[in-house]
Design a protein around this ligand. Structure first.
Ligand SMILES: NC(=O)c1ccc[n+]([C@@H]2O[C@H](COP(=O)([O-])OP(=O)(O)OC[C@H]3O[C@@H](n4cnc5c(N)ncnc54)[C@H](O)[C@@H]3O)[C@@H](O)[C@H]2O)c1
Length: 400
C-alpha cells in the first residue's frame, strides 16, 4: 500500500529573493513557534541566494529545480517576476511540492490555467498571495454584503488611484513597464489586488469593456485603466486604476436595494435606506417624489477591529493550516485566476475597442500579447517573458 506522509510542520522554500522573497523569508523566520519554518531559498543570482541563505542559516540554491528535488521542502513560495510563475509552479508540482504563488499567477489566463491544471493533476495545493483579502475593512464589507445587508447589489464601483509609481520605479528593472518583460502595466502588476477585491466582494463579471491609457510615464504599457463590467443582469460595475495620479485614493462602493456601503480613507460607511428602493418604486404614489417623501438614509461608520490586517504572513499561516489541517486558505489558485480574467479581458477589449466576454479566450490573449510585443516593444524587457513562455510550452509538451 502507498505510504501517506502526514505533515507535522510545513517546511517552506522561497524562490526569488529580492523585494518580496526577502520579506517573506524574514516574516517566516520570525514565526518561531508556528506550523511552519523556512527550510531553503533559491534565486538565479547566486550572491542573492547565498546572502539570504546565510542570513537565515538555511541551504540556498541558484537553481530552483534543485531545491524542489532536494527533499528539504514541502511547499514553496514563488516570488519571482510573474512571467516565471507558471514554469516554476509546474516544476514544483511535478516534484510534489505545494505552491503559494505571488500575484498575479501569470501574465495570461492560458498560462494560469496550465498552472491550476498541473497542480490538480499532481495533487499539490496551489494558493495565491492575495493578502489584501485579510484587511479587516474588506472582510467586513464582504461579510455585510454576503449577509444581505444591501439586498441585491446593482452597482459596484472602485477607484484605485493609490498605486502611484515614479519613472525611477519603472527604470529600476528591465522587465518593468514592458510588453516583452512584464507583458502589461497597471492591470498586471499593481492592480491585481484591487481587481481581486472587486470580484471577491462584488462578484465576477461576464462582459468587459475597457479603455486603457498611458500618460506621464515613459513606458510601453498602460498606466491607467477604465473598465466597465456587465454581469448578465441589471448589475453594472466600474473600475478605474492608475499609477499616474496624485493624491491617490482607494474608494470602493457597492450600492444595493437596501443601501450603500463605501470604503474610503480607511473608513467603512453604511448608508441604510428606511425602505428598499424596489418597494418604494412600486408603492410610492407621488409622481414627483421629493426630499420629504423619499426614504430616509441613515449613515453610520461601521466599527472595525483594531488590527487592520493585510499582512502577507496571514496568507502563509492560513496556507500552512490548510496543508496541515485542511482549514480554508485565503485564496486558492482557482479563485485567484479571476482577477487575471478581468485584466486579460480588459487588454482584449482595450486593444480591439469591443466588449469581451468572460472567461477569456486564452489563444486570443496570447496572440494579442505577441502582436503587442512585435509592434510596440522597445526591447527593454529583453524578451524575458517570451523565454519563460517558451520554457513553459516545452515543459507542458513533455508531460512526464
Ligand atoms: N503581494 C504583494 O503585496 C506584492 C508586492 C510586490 C510585488 N509582488 C509580486 O511579487 C513578485 C516578485 O516581485 P518583486 O518586486 O519581489 O521582484 P524583484 O524583481 O524585486 O525580485 C525578483 C527576484 O527573483 C529572482 N528571479 C528571477 N527569475 C528567477 C527564476 N527563474 N528563478 C529564481 N529566481 C528568479 C531575481 O533574481 C530577483 O532576485 C511579483 O510577482 C510581484 O508582482 C507582490
Amino acid at each position: 500500500m502507498k505510504k501517506v506522509l502526514v505533515l507535522q510542520k510545513v517546511r517552506f522554500g522561497i524562490v526569488g529573493l529580492a523585494t518580496m522573497g526577502r520579506l517573506h523569508a524574514d516574516r517566516i523566520a520570525e514565526e518561531r513557534k508556528g506550523d511552519f519554518c523556512l527550510a531553503a531559498v533559491a534565486d538565479t543570482v547566486e550572491r542573492t541566494a547565498r546572502q539570504v541563505g546565510e542570513q537565515h542559516d538555511v541551504p540556498y540554491f541558484s537553481n530552483a529545480q534543485e531545491m524542489f528535488h532536494s527533499g528539504l521542502i514541502d511547499a514553496v513560495i514563488i516570488a519571482t517576476p510573474h512571467y516565471w510563475h507558471p514554469v516554476l509552479t509546474v516544476q514544483a508540482a511535478r516534484a510534489g511540492i505545494h505552491v503559494l504563488c505571488e500575484k498575479p499567477l501569470a501574465a495570461t489566463v492560458g498560462a494560469a490555467r496550465a498552472m491550476i491544471d498541473e497542480c490538480a493533476r499532481r495533487k499539490v495545493v496551489l494558493g495565491a498571495m492575495l493578502q489584501m483579502r485579510t484587511r479587516a475593512i474588506m472582510k467586513k464589507m464582504k461579510e455585510m454584503i454576503d449577509a444581505g445587508r444591501l439586498g441585491e447589489p446593482f452597482r459596484i464601483s472602485m477607484i484605485c488611484s493609490n498605486w502611484f509609481r515614479t519613472q525611477a520605479y519603472y527604470d529600476s528593472g528591465a522587465w518593468r513597464g514592458t510588453w516583452d518583460g512584464e507583458g502589461g502595466g497597471i492591470l498586471l502588476n499593481q492592480a491585481p489586488h484591487s481587481l481581486d477585491l472587486f470580484q471577491w466582494i462584488g462578484g465576477m463579471p461576464t462582459r468587459i469593456t475597457a479603455v486603457l491609457k498611458t500618460r506621464v510615464h515613459n513606458i510601453e504599457v498602460e498606466n491607467s485603466a477604465n473598465i466597465i463590467c456587465e454581469y448578465g443582469d441589471a448589475k453594472v460595475g466600474y473600475i478605474y486604476a492608475t499609477t499616474a495620479e496624485m493624491p491617490g485614493m482607494e474608494q470602493f462602493m457597492v450600492c444595493g436595494d437596501k443601501g450603500t456601503i463605501i470604503v474610503e480613507g480607511g473608513q467603512l460607511r453604511f448608508g441604510e435606506l428606511s425602505v428598499p428602493i424596489s418597494r418604494y418604486v412600486r408603492e410610492c404614489k407621488i409622481a414627483w417624489a421629493d426630499g420629504i417623501s423619499l426614504p430616509k438614509c441613515r449613515w453610520r461608520c461601521v466599527k472595525l477591529p483594531k488590527a487592520p490586517g493585510g499582512q502577507h504572513i496571514e496568507v502563509i499561516r492560513r496556507f500552512a493550516a490548510h496543508l496541515l489541517r485542511g482549514q480554508p486558505m485565503i485564496a486558492t489558485g482557482a479563485e485567484s485566476i479571476n482577477e487575471l480574467e478581468i485584466s486579460n479581458a480588459a487588454y482584449l477589449s482595450g486593444f480591439s475597442g469591443r466588449p469581451v466576454n468572460l472567461p477569456v479566450d486564452a489563444a486570443k490573449m496570447d496572440r494579442l500579447l505577441a502582436k503587442l510585443e512585435r509592434e510596440r516593444s522597445t526591447g527593454k524587457g529583453g524578451g524575458q517573458r517570451k523565454r519563460a513562455q517558451r520554457q513553459l510550452k516545452k515543459l507542458l509538451a513533455e508531460k512526464p
